[in-house]
Ligand binder design. Sequence first.
Ligand code: NAD
Length: 464
Amino acid sequence: MGIYMDRNTITDYFKSSKNHSLSGKTKSYEWRLSALKKLRKGILQYETEILKALQKDLGKSDFEGYVSEVAFVVLDIEHTIKKLKKWMKPKRVSSPMLQWPCRSYIHYEPLGTVLIISPWNYPFQLLMAPLVGALAAGNNAILKPSEVASATAQICEKIISDSFLPEEVMVIQGAVEETTALLELPFDHIFYTGNGMVARIVMEKAAKNLVPVTLELGGKSPCMVLGENDLELVGRRIAWGKFFNTGQTCVAPDYILVEKNQKDELLKHIKNALEFFYTKNPKESPDYGRIINERHWDRITGLYKAEDVLIGGEAQREEHYIAPTLVHADLNSPVMKEEIFGPVLPILEVENVNEALSIVHKFDKPLACYLFSKDSEIEARVVNEISSGGLCVNDSLVHLSSQTLPFGGVGESGLGRYHGEFSFLTFSHQKSVMKRYQILDLLLRYPPYLGKLPIIRKVLNYIG
Ligand code: NAD
């Protein structure tokens, strides 16, 4: 683990970052472009080390590490570099007729110095992807990686300190104490990814300095299998999305709601897919990861120990191993009481669409919602009746890879959004500019108002 800092050192770094923002150096297109290129170069240079660190922290295979962490961020940088000029361009908007002659536009300016706090489950992506948006928008950033994934936190620090001056971007390592010290500083934005309990602490501390926040949280993401389906394909796509990163994904399908008559066949196909992916002995598979630590292993195994196990169930604490597991569950089961965030998938039978929707409505608004169905009426009902951060029809996880869709939660699953241009907007202030000209001064608006009210009424009614 890198060196933890005391409060005064943290404050000094923050001040120098703030001064750098105030210097205005980061505003230009050239600075932003060069910062993005430096980040890309650093990542590509340390790719092997990043993958090794992910393997060490989470037993993540190189394939998953590359696709969901390294390439994810690099592609985001490429896309941002391609679009940056267009995004930065002031956006012309129409002006109210009463103010003519006039020009109105939105000018995008950096917020200043932003704080990015990330969790352990995609420890590289979730630190670096928000940074891409922060740099594109011309900000300086302080990054606080998760202390729980310490190998990845270290390599992130190396990449950043090799690529940037500390006042531009820097990593501050640490746990609760260091994060608390950071949260007390008047940043211009705080971007937090993690659980809802800490999110409340973040928001409370941010409120003291009126700091705006983005909160990327989690929740129980439902996975509905309803109406007509190709169950072999559905089983494979659910198994992939659920057990990718050993189920430690914020948008992993958390529970399945399946119509009674499809349940047995779906289970058969999920089982077949799992054996195909990870063999009959997933513990030996190089493609199947591990639980981050013993605390989470205890929590996850505690959730399903009393359940009726349908597939898997084996677990070894010292190796942080839990097999891909499916359990039979009902709404009172412990697995249905909290976000599972591990390789355990409860399956609940429903009679029909109505029952499935009424179950989803019993929970907080989820980060993701999955529907498998070929029936467009069912799809329309889910789109219209379920509020969730995102909805993915007939697949799992993949909606997250889109750079043209906003990613974020709603209600308990989060506040704000990012990815692609939405990241740029999150980290930019959208300043409204109205330019009038020193000609044509309508005297009607000035006091004394005597006798002018009926005229202004008529004018406004006419314009409206
Ligand atoms: P975590 O324990 O690594 O915590 C996240 C960050 O908060 C870390 O940097 C940590 O140092 C800091 N932190 C922890 N306790 C703190 C405290 N008391 N005060 C101040 N800072 C504190 O990760 P986690 O919270 O266990 O992450 C898992 C959760 O994150 C899940 O609920 C998951 O769904 C959610 N998640 C959401 C997304 C998303 O993009 N929406 C992505 C990944 C994870």
